[in-house]
Design a protein around this ligand. Structure first.
Ligand SMILES: Nc1ncnc2c1ncn2[C@@H]1O[C@H](COP(=O)(O)OP(=O)(O)OP(=O)(O)O)[C@@H](O)[C@H]1O
Length: 335
């Protein structure tokens, strides 16, 4: 495992600047998630590190080496793709052992066996080692694909939305397992996704990527609680942050230059009774929570409420701000 440093990386495809002046230092043993919408440059960043694309300019260092001149196989990275890519004619065991059998590795058979069984246990596929890869469910195949990357000990694991083809329940389970395994192995891992839940639950640090640029890097807590811009604030939080004009709701203290107030659930107080300024439009029942759809003048807001909150569609309520986020006309955070 090793530090990976990206300095001033640029990559253009025709008219598209896929990656733009990207700087990032990934520490040894760190789990970094790049989060961004489709087309943000996430996959291109991974492919540049792996050596599958050449940067137009910039530098990539793996364990202190400038890897510009190195072919993908020399870079000591393991890549897990969105879709499992197993060898269908091989068993699970053979798929897991394959990366260890390269002649250059010169690993003894009992060492290969020990590592395969250890990883199979970690990704919970040890009961199916003799099955053909094609005789597995989608979730099991993806476990094997992840296991096949983990069985090696490269400088860095690069993972491109490895859980996105799975159903929600399995995704939730594998998310936790991947985090546990990464901690156990002390791996350095760069993971890309557009799923904020994956980013929040797995990352030591999240990098928010938009149009090829890294907008902010920080712990999940920093990115959520202290976003540097409106764009970053809008990437995280369910329901989405409400973006409101500065004078819409009472209770705030907007600094000079405020154009937009960002209010998440925790920034809104609902007060029943006198001088109502808002109306409950409708309520989405999610079981353990409700989404309240609220109208203030001609603005619509959505906030979470516990299911016992005694409001009904059509009720008038008083909505006030509590320590919201403030942004200037350019979308930069104020205060
Ligand atoms: N080989 C290529 N040729 C031309 N354009 C490309 C190529 N690869 C990527 N692009 C463009 O570069 C931009 C970034 O693409 P990239 O695949 O890195 O985004 P992404 O954030 O991974 O998106 P997604 O979540 O959809 O995978 C996009 O506009 C894409 O169309």
């Amino acid at each position: 495992m090793a530090d990976v440093i990206l300095k001033g990386l640029n990559k253009r495809f025709g008219d598209t600047q896929a990656v733009s002046g990207l700087n990032l230092a990934i520490r040894d043993g760190e789990f970094i998630v790049l989060l961004g919408p489709t087309g943000a440059g996430k996959t291109t960043t991974l492919r540049l590190i792996a050596g599958l694309e050449r940067p137009d300019s910039g530098r990539i260092e793996i364990a202190g080496r400038n890897v510009a001149g190195e072919a993908p196989a020399e870079r000591d990275v393991a890549f897990v793709f969105q879709q499992y890519s197993l060898y269908p004619h091989m068993t699970v065991y053979e798929n897991l052992a394959f990366p260890l059998k390269a002649p250059a590795r010169q690993l003894a058979n009992d060492e290969i066996d020990r590592r395969v069984r250890e990883i199979a246990r970690m990704v919970r596929i040890d009961h199916k080692l003799e099955n053909r890869a094609t005789r597995l469910s989608g979730g099991e195949m993806q476990r094997v694909a992840i296991g096949r990357a983990l069985v090696r000990r490269p400088a860095i694991y690069l993972m491109d939305e490895p859980l996105s083809s799975l159903d929600a329940k399995l995704r939730g389970e594998l998310r936790l397992e991947l985090k546990r395994i990464q901690k156990e192995l002390g791996s350095t891992l760069l993971y890309v996704t557009h799923d904020q839940m994956e980013a929040m639950t797995m990352a030591d640090r999240i990098g928010i990527l938009a149009e090829g640029k890294l907008m902010q890097v920080g712990t999940p807590r920093e990115i959520y609680g202290n976003p540097s811009s409106l764009h970053v604030a809008a990437r995280l939080g369910q329901p989405h942050i409400n973006l409101l004009p500065a004078d819409l709701l009472p209770g705030g203290n907007p600094p000079a230059g405020t154009k937009t107030v960002g209010a998440r659930t925790e920034h809104l107080d609902i007060v029943a009774g006198e001088d109502a300024n808002a109306r409950v439009d409708w309520i989405e029942h999610l079981g353990d929570q409700n989404h309240l759809h609220i109208r203030v003048r001609d603005h619509k807001l959505v906030t979470l409420a516990d299911p016992y909150l005694a409001v009904r569609p059509g009720d008038r309520i008083k909505l006030t701000l509590r320590d919201p986020l403030y942004f200037d006309a350019g979308g930069q955070r104020l205060g």
